[in-house]
Design a binder for this molecule. Structure first.
Ligand SMILES: [Zn+2]
Ligand SMILES: [Zn+2]
Length: 412
């Protein structure tokens, strides 16, 4: 028997309802903020991710799902931002829209080690706003993330923010880190020893206890920020306070992807344990130019849907779908039943029938399991009298209805 690939999950119909609910809420909140849906493909040239996330990041080095054909190397997307920026540039949306706001939902893929409970196919709900460096947009994006979480009925999350500054500032920050870490290299894990050379910012994200201890001892202040970047960050903080969005500034929050500049943020929840991020985002003001577009600012974020599902207090009520279930006895009745089934659906009445050749008793049980409101029973007697036996499963009432009146009866 075949089994699903490790690190993947089947989302079965009962669970899908909660997914749909989250998606439905997301769509309505995104619409409130005038974000429009975009659906880029799930595969891209691998080089797109190497270029945007950075060659030295863990995702690019260890976690890409690569597909090699003879000519090119493709990758299943490990995240959404790079694809959307690629689509924005390739489709000339910078020229037709200029500033544009997008949202997306869908599967992402990373070659994680499934034994650690990590998924290789997981799902993001995210947003990207491209074409502006306005600090008001940083505030809008964080407000959007906050509003989504509140509407998902998730409580007790923390919004942490920081600023990496422009490319120059980021280089200064890296120097500050190198200077302070230089004397503590022997205490870092092997991965972090490599990161010290290639991408010291990533050390701040290391989950190793010894590394965490070293990181706690670092003294990082915002002095690496230039005047412009500091002023931008001040405006973001002021705006969030004005909107009464709770946040804390965390100088240790860096987001390890190369494309991040300026404001970065992360939303965490203690109920998630060691991997406590529900979602994260930030500015990527150089990525559009880096990927061949015009120089323009951008900011976005994404939530991990599987993590939202662990935290949401949303409940699914089985909506009263008024299902009509048809049970027939004998060949003649079967024909009448199939005809009626088609007719009900044409009249927008939700209908189903027994396809397993069950006994009346079995079919009634199935109708009950399916939550049917009405059951229609058709046998030789009913055919002879040109009636249908209608049972209301809620009231228990049973009556005969003239076949030609049945739609009218069920419609009201
Ligand atoms: Zn700066
Ligand atoms: Zn480490």
């Amino acid at each position: 028997m075949f089994k699903r690939v490790s690190g993947t999950k089947d989302i079965l119909p009962d669970n899908v309802k909660l997914w749909q609910k989250l998606e439905e809420i997301s769509r309505s909140i995104f619409a409130l903020y005038n974000f429009k849906e975009i659906r880029p493909p799930l595969i891209e040239e691998a080089a797109l991710f190497n270029r945007s996330l950075g060659e030295s990041t863990e995702i690019v080095q260890k976690q890409m799902f690569l597909i090699n054909n003879k000519v090119e190397t493709y990758a299943l997307r490990p995240e959404g931002t790079a694809s959307i920026v690629r689509a924005y540039i390739e489709n000339n949306l910078d020229k037709t829209y200029g500033f544009a706001k997008f949202y997306y939902m869908g599967a992402m893929f990373r070659l994680e080690r499934p034994q650690k409970g990590r998924l290789r196919q997981f799902h993001h709900i995210g947003a990207e706003a491209i074409g502006s460096t306005d600090a008001g947009l940083d505030i809008e994006i964080i407000s959007l993330a906050d509003n989504l979480l509140r509407n998902f009925l998730i409580e007790g999350y923390k919004i942490k923010i920081n600023s990496l500054g422009c490319v120059n500032d980021k280089m200064k920050l890296v120097e500050i880190l190198r200077k302070q870490l230089n004397t503590k290299l022997d205490k870092l894990c092997d991965d972090c020893k490599n990161r010290f050379e290639n991408n010291p910012l990533r050390i701040l994200d290391c989950k190793n206890d010894d590394c965490k201890e070293v990181v706690r001892g670092l003294d990082i202040r915002d002095e690496y920020l230039c005047l412009d970047c500091k002023a931008h960050f001040d405006k973001v903080k002021e705006g969030l306070s004005m909107l009464k969005i709770g946040y804390e500034v965390s100088s240790h929050l860096v987001r390890g992807l190369d494309y991040y500049t300026g404001t970065v943020f992360e939303i965490t929840h203690q109920d998630l344990g060691a991997q406590d991020a529900i979602g994260a985002g930030g500015r990527y003001n150089n990525l559009i130019e880096e990927l061949g577009g015009n120089k323009s600012g951008a900011i976005g974020f994404a939530f991990g849907v599987e993590r939202l599902l662990l935290l949401t207090k949303l409940k699914i009520q089985d909506t009263d779908k008024n299902l009509v279930y048809i049970i027939t006895l004998g060949d003649k009745a079967r024909k009448t039943g199939l005809n009626l089934l088609e007719n009900l659906r044409k009249n927008n009445i939700c209908a189903d029938a027994d396809y397993e050749g069950k006994s009346i008793k079995g079919a009634m049980r199935k109708a009950n399991d399916e939550g049917a409101h009405f059951v229609l029973i058709i046998g030789d007697d009913e055919i002879a009298k040109d009636v249908i036996n209608l049972k209301d499963m809620v009231s228990g009432e049973q009556k005969e209805i003239k076949t030609s009146d049945i739609i009218k009866e069920l419609k009201c």
